[in-house]
Design a protein around this ligand. Structure first.
Ligand code: GTP
Ligand code: MG
Length: 641
């Protein structure tokens, strides 16, 4: 569980205090009468140490080492045992006058590497020096604890090394402030986040079931009901409002951890922290936030079923009034386990909202689909903040990496669910309106929105042959003469939009097509915008319809969105994206305007597609499918004649 792979303990102190004797006594379990000036570095294997980490013990001798090596050793160590002799006042004084300031000088004033004060030769005194050491513990935060021992009588020898190891693995400074007798604010923040993740029903209480799950996740062992009842009664007895409705409140949860630490059981709190991905400084580790995921250049990233289910669960947890939307406070709460709010105001214009502009459940999932497509590390990072790993394994299981697109094209089948459409067109042809229409917003509604919060992306679900797919629209700002860069070309379908009221706008699209798309495998749909107005003659050598026919493209699709939005555009774009090979078929479907005919064929095609999905899963061979698809195309072509 620990983030440390090994522990390096350095013994420092004035000559003759017994450093070398302590080390040799630990190793041989008897007091050596004669010792060398400096003991060799020893390594204790993990399985014989109490915390199961390899531990190196390093001696220091001013006779054998110069100052430079001393400084290097101080920097290299994880914990320092600062040894003095209990019967030698001078060595006690030197702790504060020399050693502690010297260590700060080497490690920096604010260093948090723990130091343990070790009073050796306790066999020579019949009283304790602990009282005199207490002020030092208060004045120097890096001093973790103080222990008296004797190499001669072997008293507290293994304890001293255990404290040293524990100080490294379960340091006090990050979690507890001894002066205030309180958890540090970072520790409270982390525990509050943990509490929220474990409070699965969001009632601000940890009930017995939630505590049992917490116990199993963090300690990998069940908690007996009696023990849990005892814990609750301790909390009840010590503070008010620590327990409500027989369940732990956040206040009670924080109190418990304070108690653990005050009783020297730091490891309990640290085990919890580590189970939730925190490192020694109470920051989430990189490994926890960004588990590795391999995505080939031709592949895309989507949420897996498990990822979607988790995010839905989170939505339902925070949709407190169950109205299917997240009000601004609900949205804030949902992301309260994250360091920042990941979504800006433009999100409300990227996905579906209710009339108040609050994100709906569908919009919420669409936004995650978008983030996962464009920036999968961000999805993975936020899944970690939201507590994905508390309920599942690594966030990698929330992500589906799709097969290389080239293979999809060759096998004429895709199992992708999120498709990318780039919308191109001259200035003012209505690209933004087309994007917003995808969210069901007409021009009248659009006029009420603030332009600066509009996004160049929108994403929504579209039915493709009876299956729900996400279609992402992205408005690409280009000038005809410019080359499109690889990112701008990276889409599953291109939408070339012109304006029937602007005579120069088709030429822009035609040139775009000839320059960038004619030789690509990207399907292209020409869209004639603003069709609620009379069309003017396009200033081009051919009409749009002739142009499309000449290049075997589907005829231009009309689009209007002043009031009623023509949604067919989105269905067609999504279908072309999902079935790029079926150029011909889609084309045929689009040519025929008879809705009944269209429906029938869609049903037929869907049946075959579904059948093939099944077949594909069963035998995993794409060959058979290619034949079947070839057959449908043939049949439909024949029927049209
Ligand atoms: P340098 O290497 O010179 O820095 O000294 P050191 O800190 O390594 O001390 P070392 O272990 O050499 O011990 C110094 C003397 O103290 C030796 O004579 C030890 O026998 C004696 N000594 C060490 N530990 C104890 C102890 O617990 N009790 C008693 N009575 N004597 C001890
Ligand atoms: Mg020595």
């Amino acid at each position: 569980m620990s983030t440390k792979s090994d522990v390096r303990i350095l013994l420092l102190g004035d000559p003759g205090v017994g450093k070398t004797s302590l080390i040799l006594t630990l190793v041989s379990e008897e007091f050596p009468d004669e010792v060398p000036a400096k003991a060799e570095e020893i390594t204790i294997p993990a399985d014989v140490t109490p915390e199961r980490v390899p531990t190196h013990i390093v001696d220091y001798s001013s006779q054998e080492q110069d100052e430079e090596t001393l400084q290097a050793e101080i920097v290299k160590s994880n914990v320092i045992c600062l040894v003095y002799s209990v019967e030698d006042e001078d060595t006690i004084e030197r702790i504060t006058t020399f050693w502690l300031p010297y260590i700060r000088q080497c490690r920096g004033e604010e260093h948090s590497n723990p130091i343990i004060l070790v009073g050796n030769k306790s066999d020579l005194l019949d009283f304790s020096t602990m009282e005199t050491m207490m002020p030092i513990l208060n004045d120097f935060a890096e001093v973790e604890t103080c222990v008296e021992c004797s190499a001669r009588t072997l008293k507290n020898i293994s304890e001293m090394f255990y404290y040293a190891q524990k100080a490294v693995l379960h340091p006090t400074a990050p979690v507890y402030n001894p002066e205030e007798k309180e958890l540090t604010s970072l520790c409270k923040k982390a525990l509050t986040r943990i509490f929220k993740i474990c409070d699965l029903d969001n009632d601000h209480l940890l009930n017995d079931d939630e505590v049992h799950l917490f116990q199993r996740k963090c300690f990998n062992a069940p908690l007996h009901q009696q023990a849990l009842d005892d814990v609750k009664s301790i909390v009840k007895r010590n503070i008010t409002d620590g327990v409500k409705e027989n369940a732990l409140t956040l206040k009670g949860f924080l109190f418990l951890h304070t108690l653990f630490i005050q009783r020297g059981r730091h490891e309990t709190t640290w085990t919890v922290m580590r189970a939730f991905g925190y490192d020694d400084r109470l920051q989430l580790t990189r490994d926890f936030l960004y588990p590795k995921i391999m995505v080939g250049s031709g592949s895309t990233t989507e949420l897996s079923l498990q990822g979607i289910q988790f995010l839905k669960m989170v939505f339902n947890k925070y949709d407190e009034d169950s109205d299917g939307c997240l009000s601004p406070p609900e949205l804030q709460n949902l992301f309260s386990t994250c360091p920042v709010m990941p979504w800006g105001q433009d999100v409300n214009n990227t996905v579906c909202t209710n009339p108040n502009g609050w994100i709906t459940s569908q919009g919420y999932l669409a936004q995650w689909a978008l983030t996962t497509l464009l920036d999968v590390p961000r999805t993975i990072e936020f899944l970690a903040y939201l507590g994905y790993q508390y309920l599942h394994d690594s966030q990698v299981s929330a992500i589906q990496v799709t097969r290389d697109k080239k293979i999809d094209l060759d096998k004429k089948h895709t199992s992708r669910n999120v498709f990318r459409c780039h919308v191109l067109g001259a200035k003012s042809v209505g690209k933004t309106s087309l994007l917003q229409g995808h969210l069901g917003r007409n021009l009248r509604y659009l006029a009420t929105l603030e332009r600066e919060h509009l996004s160049t992306f929108t994403i929504n679900l579209v039915q493709v042959y009876g299956q729900e797919k996400y279609l992402m629209l992205h408005e690409v700002d280009v000038v005809v003469s410019e080359m499109l860069n690889p990112t701008e070309m990276n889409c599953d379908v291109a939408c070339l939009l012109y304006d029937v009221t602007n005579p120069r706008s088709f030429e822009f699209c035609a040139k775009m097509y000839l320059k960038h798309f004619i030789d690509s495998r990207i399907p292209v749909l020409f869209v004639a915008g603003k069709t609620e107005y009379p069309a003017v003659r396009q200033d081009f050598e051919m009409t749009p319809a002739q142009f499309c026919q000449k290049f075997k493209l589907p005829p231009p699709e009309d689009f209007a969105c002043l009031d009623k939005i023509n949604k067919d555009v989105y269905i067609k774009l999504a279908t072309m994206a999902a079935y790029p090979n079926l150029k011909r078929l889609v084309h045929m479907l689009l040519v025929r305007q008879n809705p009944l005919w269209l429906e029938e064929n869609i049903r037929h095609v869907r049946d075959v597609v579904l059948q093939n999905d099944r077949l594909f899963m069963k035998i995993g061979v794409g060959l058979a499918m290619a034949t079947v698809f070839g057959f449908i195309v043939y049949r439909i072509t024949k029927a049209l004649r």
